[in-house]
Ligand binder design. Structure first.
Ligand SMILES: NC(=O)C1=CN([C@@H]2O[C@H](COP(=O)(O)OP(=O)(O)OC[C@H]3O[C@@H](n4cnc5c(N)ncnc54)[C@H](OP(=O)(O)O)[C@@H]3O)[C@@H](O)[C@H]2O)C=CC1
Ligand SMILES: CC(=O)[C@H](N)C(=O)O
Length: 270
């Protein structure tokens, strides 16, 4: 498959685009002049969104229904990412979480969460990245979460999946960030979307309103950060210096985490 684009921005492929944060990315990127490929399970919702965004923006918008936890469907999307040279941007947004403790969770549901939040994201990234590097152009936006930094909040497997997304993005930035491909990890806090209904707490209306951002504001802030080339974006964090201090402390630990001998405090030095 070759170049389908009608746009100089190229095509953005957005997973989890049928609603919530992904649907707002679709709207905003189409308004910025991207053609779109919209992915989610609900084909009817996707087609309706594709039709309305195409009419609103004049961009080419395609619905690509797929369950990303289904290997055959995931492989089809990977093939598209590998072969469609119009694709310049991947927004890895599809994901779900939970609020139950591990002991109260069904382990099959946890595995399914890992399949979507980690495996699908990894495989789609691996499929698109070589082409972007070859063309020296493009971006991957990965939707993580503030729970990447906060394992004590919500479900621990969910936190682990989002820590994976953050770490992978930081690692890829080091690997390819100077080769023409922009990376961004977005760490939303509580955001108004169907996430909260799917997570089993009956909707974001059940949260204190002071901690819940609209999906529109979350995405708009993240796109401003994207334009500034920010690698890790925490839309709700008032002072970026707080993140920078946290990250600097992590980096300062690094040279001291691997030594020939264990620390003196354990009293077992050879
Ligand atoms: N809302 C929040 O408070 C926060 C959300 N996030 C993250 O943001 C991302 C988007 O979530 P949000 O918009 O809030 O949630 P929503 O539940 O509103 O949207 C999730 C999207 O993912 C799609 N999706 C779910 N399962 C699959 C699947 N198996 N295959 C393909 N698509 C799937 C859904 O569509 P369909 O059902 O049609 O497949 C939908 O489009 C997620 O990664 C979430 O973890 C991070 C921090 C905070
Ligand atoms: C931190 C949150 O409130 C959240 N929903 C998430 O991380 O997905």
């Amino acid at each position: 498959m070759s170049n389908h684009t009608t746009s100089s921005k190229g095509t953005a492929l957005i997973t989890g685009a049928s609603t919530g944060i992904g649907a707002v990315y679709a709207d905003r990127l189409a308004q910025r002049g991207y053609d779109l490929i919209l992915v989610a399970r609900n084909g009817k919702r996707l087609s309706e969104l594709a039709t309305s965004l195409a009419a609103k923006t004049g961009q080419k918008v395609e619905a690509f229904p797929a369950d990303l936890t289904n290997k055959a469907e995931l492989l089809k999307l990977e093939e598209r990412l590998r072969t469609d040279t119009s694709i310049t941007t991947l927004v890895n947004n599809a994901g779900f979480g939970g609020v139950a403790t591990l002991l109260d969770s069904n382990v099959d549901d946890m595995e399914n969460m890992i399949d979507l939040n980690i495996t699908a994201l990894l495989r789609l990234t691996s499929a698109v990245l070589p082409g972007l590097l070859e063309r020296k152009r493009g971006a991957i936006i990965n939707i993580a979460s503030i729970v990447a930094l906060n394992p004590e909040l919500l479900n621990g497997v969910y936190s682990g999946t989002k820590a994976f997304v953050l770490n992978l993005t930081q690692s890829l930035h080091k690997e390819v960030g100077d080769k023409g491909v922009q990376l961004q990890a977005v760490l939303p806090g509580a955001t108004a979307s169907e996430f909260w209904n799917r997570a089993g707490i009956g909707g974001h209306q059940n949260l204190p309103s002071e901690i819940v951002m609209s999906s529109e504001e979350m995405v708009d802030a993240s796109l401003v950060a994207f334009d500034h080339g920010e690698l890790v974006t925490i839309p709700a964090l008032p002072e970026i210096a707080d993140w920078e201090k946290f990250n600097a402390a992590r980096l300062a630990l690094a040279p001291n985490l691997s030594h020939k001998h264990s620390a003196a405090r354990y009293g077992v030095r050879g």
